[in-house]
Design a protein around this ligand. Sequence first.
Ligand code: SIN
Length: 286
Amino acid sequence: MDLTVRPVTPGFGAEVLGVDLSQQIGDNVFQQVRQAWLDADGILLLRDQDITAEQHIDFSRRFGELSVAAGGTALSAYYLPGHPEIYRVSNKKVDGKPQGREDAGTYWHSDGSWQPAPPMASLLHALEIPPVGGDTIFANMYRAYETLSAPMKRMLEELQVVHSLGAAVLKTSYGKEYVGNIEEAMAKNATHPVIRTHPESKRKALFVNKGFTSHIVGIPQAESEAILNFLFEHSTMPENLYRHRWQRHDLVIWDNRCAMHYAVADYKAHGDRYMHRTTVKGDKSY
Ligand code: SIN
């Protein structure tokens, strides 16, 4: 069976039609979905996926090994009981108890870019959607790289950049909920090239994000800030974005190696949003 794939923007992102993940899909169909995801620069939408947590996990595992909740951390409460592969993102409370992490990713980031081997992919499934708002915006980091001038590309090629959890604690909504001390958050960091090569497509992508990126290595702070601010602005220009307006049972798969995203927290006065996310482990950047 050949799947139908249609673009969601003129330049990147696609929707696949004709796949029902509540049924077992064969390797041939999975490979077509995976290829469609790579061809769409790492943003793929599958609508109407009325699937269980187990089916979400099984499908996600076909992309690679999944991250699981580490017990006893600040984030462990947000994982789905009995399913440590599922991270819950939600503003919902039941009997005063949060049903997920409310302000997850409400800033530009690539999931876990502060880790030495950041996650390859994330699969977010919408179970409850507010009547308005709660969109997720994606930025295409291949295009962010490709639309830089040749001299700028040459300069960035040499540079390494530090990403840290501490940067997000200082600069984003992460700060409100982080329970550890800032030194410990700063110590959770990794150094990556500013320009990374996607290990499958072999294309180059800009790998900086406003949430987790702290500073460029080996240059004065003022220069680092000026360069990074330019890159943040450049990578989020409107032509480079896809804004996903969620429908119940949408599944969106993104590639953290060539896309970053931003969860818009504008919906809370209008209703509940409840999402399940799985995260596929990745490799060291180069
Ligand atoms: C995330 O950053 O994984 C959360 C995205 C979202 O809730 O839209």
